[in-house]
Structures are given as C-alpha cells and as structure tokens.
Design a protein around this ligand. Structure first.
Ligand SMILES: C[S@@+](CC[C@H](N)C(=O)[O-])C[C@H]1O[C@@H](n2cnc3c(N)ncnc32)[C@H](O)[C@@H]1O
Length: 267
C-alpha cells in the first residue's frame, strides 16, 4: 500500500474547494467529542510558542490560534500553491510558505511546536518528513500529528465497495482510500517513535450523523476519482449510490462512526 500519487494529491488540493466540502460535512453532521478541544488540550499552548503547521491547507488551524490571541510566530506550510494563496488571503496574521514536508525552508531548531494535521498519509516518504520535522523543532519541542484512525468511516466505505463492482470510478476511490492507511494510529506510532524516540497515541471516537443521502453523495463527490467524472457518468454513479444508501436511511438518519488518531512526541 502506498500514499496517493503526487499528481492525485496535486489535483485534489489545487484549490481548497474539495477539502472545504469535507470539512463542512464534518462540522455540520459531526456528533460526539470535537477534535479542536482535544488538540488544544494535548498541545497546552502558552501562547508565545513558535508553531509550524505542515500541510496546513487553507490555514484554518494557525488562523484560529492567531484569532484566539496566540502571540508567538505562526507559520503554515503547504505543497499546493493554490492553498498557500488562499490561506494568505484569509489569515493575514499568519506566515504561509509553499514547500514540501520533507524539505522545509527553515534552519534547525526554528520552532517549539510542529503540527501535521491530516497530511502525513499524502507524503511519499514519511520517515524523511518526520526527520525533517525533528530537525526544525528545538530540543524539547513538541510534535503532534492528526490522522484518520483505522476503521474510520468504515460504513461509508462499505457503501462505496458495494457499488464498486459495477462502477470502476468507485474502485479508484477505494484505492485512494486504501492509500490513506499509510499513516494510521498503528503504523504511525512506530514511525513517530523511530523519529523522536518516544510517542503518545490518543484516539478520538465520534461519528457523522447524516439526515439524508444527499450530503453523503456531496462528500464522496469531493474526492478526485468522482469529481472528475463526466456529468452523465456522475449521474449514474449517484443513482447507484442512492440505491445502496436507501436502506440505511429507513429509520431516519444514518450514523457513521468516525475515529481520529492524535500522535504526539517530544524532540
Ligand atoms: C487533507 S488536507 C489537510 C489540511 C489541513 N491540515 C486540515 O486539517 O484542514 C492535506 C493537505 O496537505 C497538503 N500536502 C500534501 N502533501 C504534502 C507535502 N508533501 N508537503 C506539504 N503539504 C502537503 C495538501 O496540499 C493539503 O493541503
């Protein structure tokens, strides 16, 4: 199993559109404990730390910290020029830099905290990126990765797998999903321990509660394999998914368990 191809990652994150759809789905339909308070609890920031957020996307995390009064240097790095452009426009109080996780343009020991949220499963060489993270952290600095834990949204992927034999595009979706397993709480724990000498793993269990099939379809269509389908093909795939989803909604909403892993270490 390997990470998604660089071309696939570049296409998916050329702008923040697809990611925005998925993030809004999590905000609107999420039930159970929220991720942000758990992140804040684990980082326990004093407010003056120099913090680097790698794979920052639209920069929501460092932007939130600045809005909440963080006084230390805040930097977001992303491989996608489109994301960096968007983040710069929306969060003027944060520095944004276009760079890859495994070649960070900062001197050794530049930061007291480094976060990598929902991004290490896209990186082709995770040990190289983790070594780079350790390099730019000062001794005693803290690292926190946030990632999908094994089995997260498994019931959603069961639906996709049920339709995949008749729709090859859904096979592509399942393959890219399998690529995401390259950095879960299981393999992530060993990789982070190898880079930092120690590791702490937390798993946050929550769920998505969908009121109808429509937001499920919107969520799936934000993924590369589906949003690049021609209009006619997309309509057919939608109908096939709707058919398989219908029984899940017979009793009202559909609850899909979700699991997020938080993997922390100290340099
Ligand atoms: C799922 S998004 C997560 C964005 C943000 N951290 C969040 O949680 O909302 C993954 C982000 O990682 C970026 N990315 C992928 N590979 C990268 C790499 N090798 N170096 C830096 N960023 C990368 C993508 O461009 C994308 O913006």
């Amino acid at each position: 199993m390997s990470a998604n191809s660089p071309a696939e990652v570049a296409a998916q994150y050329a702008t923040d559109r697809n990611l925005r759809v998925r993030k809004e789905t999590h905000v609107r339909y999420g039930v159970g404990p929220d991720l942000e308070p758990r992140v804040d609890e684990l980082l326990a920031l004093r407010g003056n730390e120099a913090l680097l957020d790698v794979g920052t996307g639209p920069g929501d995390f460092p932007g939130r910290l600045r809005d909440q009064g963080h006084r230390g240097r805040l930097v977001g790095v992303d491989l996608s020029p489109g994301m960096v452009e968007h983040a710069t426009a929306f969060h003027p109080g944060v520095e944004f830099v276009q760079a890859s996780a495994d070649a960070l343009p900062f001197p050794d020991a530049s930061f007291g905290v480094l976060t990598a949220r929902h991004m290490l499963y896209h990186v082709p060489d995770v040990p190289a990126a983790l070594a780079e993270f350790a390099r730019v952290l000062r001794p005693g600095g803290r690292f926190l990765a946030v990632t999908n834990a094994s089995g997260s949204l498994g019931e959603l992927w069961d639906v996709v797998a049920e339709v995949a034999p008749e729709e090859p595009a859904l096979g592509g979706l399942l393959e890219s999903r399998a690529g995401s397993a390259v950095f879960s709480e299981h393999n992530g724990e060993g990789l982070v321990r190898a880079a930092f000498g120690q590791v702490q793993v937390d798993v946050l269990d929550s769920a998505l509660m969908f009121p109808s099939p429509e937001p499920v379809l919107t969520y799936l269509e934000s993924m590369t394999a589906l949003h690049r389908l021609a209009e006619g093909d997309r309509g057919r795939v939608r109908e096939a998914l709707r058919r398989v989803l219908a029984p899940r909604f017979r009793a009202g909403g559909w609850r899909v368990p979700k699991r997020v892993a938080l993997i922390g270490a100290r340099r």
